[in-house]
Design a protein around this ligand. Structure first.
Ligand SMILES: *Cc1c(COP(=O)(O)O)cnc(C)c1O
Length: 372
């Protein structure tokens, strides 16, 4: 079968449909020149809060900025410790370091890829202030147990929901379970803007108010500064695009789930050599990534590549072995499960517009690879 390259994600297909609506709002924003603050930002904040099922959403300039602000709103600083998974995105650690606090890694669960709940308890000290689980790849972390630990030890929870827009845990959407949820709207995410953008969700009026002060220089009244703040705004153009796309998010997530079920079914019965994503009971994975595991990962990447299928590795190196974090003093062997997992994981294409033809093509390649 002749086929063009199958990309890991097709942003063109995803963004074409909204061109008309987008041009209309762009014209309006240009004509009234309210580029930063304004009704599009407020509208999106209200819509997103409602969608996630919380009282407040605060737009920010990126997921990274959101993590930093969320920690700042909890007064995290020097001498405080924050527990986070060792296989997540780098900016989770940086956010902690920006506030002069200490990131403390926990190993991951080899099946769900999320923070190993049993590990969290071992990492708690008198200095621990926050647990920051990531809902990695779109799969909710085990929040019931994390909530219990936080309650027992009087800790706060910041959910990194940057990969899990719309995912549900039991009856709740992620981002509505801890004290705050942080979202990235980077263009490739399940809900993506046309540039950098992010948001923080919370049920606390105090936190929402503080976050709004923190995102604009710590300003309480024009040119009066209450505390040292940041500059991390969501702008009007990004907010307008996000409002248009939010309406399509559930349908797009359903498409991802349908494709995941199809992969699972065929791989589960015909390709025993790989493990397919673990399905947590009572939760809905939104498959930002569809991640399989195989010890022959690198050969499979090459094979797919040779046959014009792109794949991805998130992430190839666990955080404790990153050069930029050498100063934290971790070494190889400290997180054995994450180290092994990073060598075996592979993301296959799963975007909503992936055609049946392309998915069958990928599946057949994987089958053929393991027959040899
Ligand atoms: C994308 C991402 C971030 C950072 O978001 P940006 O908007 O790129 O700053 C943080 N954590 C996770 C898990 C992510 O996937």
């Amino acid at each position: 079968m002749a086929i063009n390259t199958v990309p890991l994600l097709d942003l063109k297909a995803q963004n074409n449909y909204l061109k008309k609506d987008a041009l209309k709002v762009l014209k309006e924003i240009i004509s009234n020149t309210s580029f930063t603050r304004g009704p599009y930002v407020e509208n999106f904040e209200n819509e997103f809060a409602k969608y996630i099922g919380v009282k407040y959403a605060v737009g920010v300039s990126s997921g990274t900025g959101g993590l930093q602000l969320a920690l700042a709103a909890l007064d995290v600083g020097k001498g405080d410790e924050v527990i986070l998974p060792v296989n997540t995105f780098i900016s989770d650690v940086y956010a902690v370091l920006y506030l002069s606090a200490k990131p403390v890694f926990a190993d991951i669960d080899p099946d769900t890829f999320n923070i190993a709940v049993s590990e969290i308890v071992n990492k708690i000290t008198k200095k621990t202030k926050v647990i920051m689980p990531t809902h990695l790849y779109g799969q909710p972390a085990g929040m019931d147990k994390i909530l219990k630990i936080a309650k027992d030890h009087n800790l706060k929870i910041i959910e990194d929901a940057c990969q899990a827009h719309g995912a549900t845990y039991k009856t709740k959407r992620v981002g509505s379970i801890g004290n705050m949820g942080v979202f990235s709207f980077y263009p490739t995410k399940n809900l993506g803007a046309w540039g950098d953008a992010g948001g923080i969700t919370t049920n606390s009026k105090k936190l929402a108010t503080d976050l709004k002060v923190l995102r604009e220089y710590g300003e309480s009244k024009r040119y009066y500064y209450e505390k040292i703040g940041y500059l991390s705004r969501l702008d009007q153009i990004q907010a307008a695009i996000l409002s248009i796309k939010l309406k399509k998010l559930d349908a797009a997530n359903k498409q991802r789930q349908k494709k995941a079920v199809y992969y699972n079914k065929i791989f589960g019965s015909e390709v025993k050599q790989i493990s397919t994503p673990f399905v947590l009971k009572d939760s809905a994975h939104v498959y930002y990534q569809y991640v399989i595991k195989t010890p022959r990962r690198d050969q499979l990447v090459n094979y797919l590549n040779k046959h014009s299928v792109q794949s991805g590795i998130y992430f190839p190196v666990p955080l404790h072995l990153q050069k930029s974090l050498k100063g934290l003093g971790y070494k190889k062997g400290d997180f054995k499960i994450a180290e092994k997992t990073c060598q075996e994981i592979l993301s296959l294409p799963i975007f909503p517009e992936l055609t049946q033809n392309s998915q069958d093509y990928i599946i057949n390649l994987v089958k053929r690879f393991f027959k040899n």
